[in-house]
Design a protein around this ligand. Structure first.
Ligand SMILES: Cc1cc2nc3c(=O)[nH]c(=O)nc-3n(C[C@H](O)[C@H](O)[C@H](O)COP(=O)(O)OP(=O)(O)OC[C@H]3O[C@@H](n4cnc5c(N)ncnc54)[C@H](O)[C@@H]3O)c2cc1C
Ligand code: FES
Length: 339
């Protein structure tokens, strides 16, 4: 049996490798030309210590000096002594460069660019090979005809032949202009990644997901993934935009929610002149009860001001969820450079 091990490096790069059930993760990494820092290879020095965020595995021999019992209990692993018993996600405390690897670049071809609303595009691409990203992660997409790239979170499920993205239409933006005025089916693109620490961890408690605008993209990938794995815990997704016309992918989300069960999708509109049940900002609707007394995982993604507002709101409420993950859709370039 062969399992997939996602190695997440300190610089945000992820490489997914195949590892046989009786193979050491360090050896499988080495086979993939990835040098996880190591010294003894015998479970003695502790140099190869990583953190297993997800998955089942067995550890061979190691000394207490290399890794304590408490560390092992918390999820630390010695990659030179670890054999997988399921797919795993392993955090490597070194950059991809130090491990002599880096993000991969995969060629893709545009299938379609759909104007999902006045403010967003749906980009669908055919991948020259599937990309094994973690749901929530992003790739850098080169803008054809320029030397620029922009970061986009997959809105589709990992490992498929096709990928999709939900992209904000920013007037005058480099990628926005290419998508709106130039792109056509068959155009070639380069996707570099996957990258990022914003990805779905094992769902072990109620989930609170907060999306602003096209910050919905990673949550679509997460819903796709949970639709396959199933979930024993409720998921509440707040999706905030400015106008009703900016709401996209509602049908798809509802279908996924019905398939998973126990998923609640709550939309919020910021514009004052709109008729809607919930108006204002996400912070106007986020109460203590949403955090389930702290026993919840919170994921937050969207434009930087929204992410900051929610962080401050959580601090003001005094809530400390079991885990908190966020991604800001920061501009790649400053206005002066992009102009
Ligand atoms: C990790 C990561 C993941 C991302 N994932 C997505 C995604 O899934 N979907 C998505 O739509 N975007 C995402 N972004 C943002 C994306 O990379 C681009 O910044 C955005 O699409 C604008 O690109 P553009 O070329 O159209 O505009 P640019 O040419 O980059 O910008 C045009 C003008 O708009 C300004 N601007 C750019 N971004 C913003 C902003 N957020 N708010 C206000 N002004 C801005 C610029 O300063 C500039 O003046 C992500 C960003 C990061 C860092
Ligand atoms: S390399 Fe020394 S414990 Fe793994």
């Amino acid at each position: 049996m062969t399992y997939q091990i996602a190695l997440n490096f300190e610089d945000g790069v992820t490489r997914v490798i195949d590892c046989d059930e009786d193979e050491l993760v360090m050896d499988a990494a080495f086979r993939a030309k990835i040098n996880i820092p190591m010294d003894c290879r015998d479970g003695v020095c502790g140099t190869c210590k990583c953190f297993a965020e997800k998955g089942e595995y067995e550890m061979g021999f190691y000394l207490e000096e290399a890794m304590t019992e408490d560390e092992a209990g918390e999820g630390y692993v010695l990659s030179c002594q670890m054999t997988p018993k399921s797919d795993c996600v392993v955090k490597v405390p070194a950059s991809s460069l130090v491990c002599k690897t880096g993000a991969e670049t995969v060629a893709a071809e545009v299938i379609a660019v759909d104007a999902l609303s006045e403010t967003s595009f749906g980009l669908r691409v055919k991948l020259s090979k599937p990309i094994a990203f973690l749901p929530g992660q992003y790739v850098n997409i080169g803008v054809p005809g320029t030397d620029r790239h922009r970061s986009y979170s997959f809105s589709s499920a990992p490992g498929a032949d096709e990928g999709s993205f939900l992209i904000r239409n920013l007037k005058g933006g480099v990628m926005s202009t290419w998508l709106g005025e130039i792109a056509k089916p068959g155009d070639k693109l380069d996707l570099t990644g996957p990258m990022g620490a914003f990805y779905l961890r094992p769902v072990e408690r109620p989930q609170l997901w907060l999306a602003g605008g096209t910050g919905l993209a990673p949550f679509l990938a997460m819903l796709e993934s949970v639709a396959v794995s199933g979930s024993d815990h409720p998921i509440r997704l707040y999706y905030a935009v400015t106008h009703g016309a900016d709401l996209v992918e509602l049908e798809r989300m509802q279908a996924l929610a019905d398939q998973i069960g126990n998923v609640q999708i709550v939309t919020i509109l910021a514009a004052k002149d709109e008729e809607h049940d919930r108006k204002g900002f996400v912070t106007d609707h986020l109460g203590l009860e949403d955090f389930n007394g702290g026993d919840s995982d919170v994921y937050l993604c969207g434009p930087p001001p929204m992410v900051e507002a929610v962080r401050q709101h959580m601090a003001a409420l005094g809530v400390a969820p079991a885990s908190f993950h966020f991604e800001k859709f920061n501009p790649t370039e400053t206005p002066a450079v992009a102009a």
